[in-house]
Design a protein around this ligand. Structure first.
Ligand code: ATP
Ligand code: MG
Length: 155
């Protein structure tokens, strides 16, 4: 379906804000105008939910979750940044692997399966986008993903 990704993101963030996570604040750096993309909205909701849920889950001290979107040529890039526990350098690229979890003991306490980001990546790739992480152990994590803009007729 053709969807305005900006409104789509606003609606999801609104929903998370209504849950009123203690000590957590959301900052939105989203474009003022519509950005049309061709997405499966159920699947893309799963993507954004998974990434924001992780940002909350791995931010035990709270802090700020900053959600940004910006245009890069024929793609839109969405970035979701937290100030949580972070990921050790040598593990950053592994978090998209099935069942990979940074700290098994801690992760077990927090619950989950370690499948969230593997599914997330599969969905983003199926949409013609890409996904990667940047993180500093103890400082926070940013997940970036891209999506191609809707093709214009005649292209
Ligand atoms: P679930 O299947 O419920 O999502 P999960 O959150 O453990 O379980 P993933 O979402 O796939 O699994 O994430 C994999 C691992 O990557 C996590 O266990 C965690 O160690 C690490 N991780 C993911 N997001 C973050 C984040 N924002 N900050 C710190 N670590 C993260
Ligand atoms: Mg998860």
């Amino acid at each position: 379906v053709q969807t305005d990704l900006v409104q789509f993101m606003q609606d999801i963030i609104d929903r998370f804000e209504m849950l009123q996570h203690e000590h957590l604040r959301f900052i939105r750096n989203l474009p003022e105008r519509k950005i049309m993309v061709q997405i499966d909205t159920d699947k893309m909701t799963q993507v954004v939910d998974n990434v924001i849920s992780n940002a909350i889950k791995y931010s035990p001290e709270g802090g700020t979750i900053t959600i940004a979107a910006s245009l890069h040529g024929r793609k839109i890039k969405v970035s979701i940044a937290d100030q949580g526990v972070g990921i050790p350098k040598n593990n950053v690229s592994k978090i998209f692997d099935r069942f990979f979890r940074v700290d098994r003991a801690r992760s077990r306490d927090l619950g989950g399966t370690g499948l969230g980001l593997a599914i997330t990546k599969e969905i983003v790739l199926a949409h013609g986008g890409d996904i990667w992480a940047e993180s500093e152990w103890g400082q926070g994590t940013t997940i970036h993903f891209t999506l191609p803009l809707k093709k214009v007729k005649g292209e």
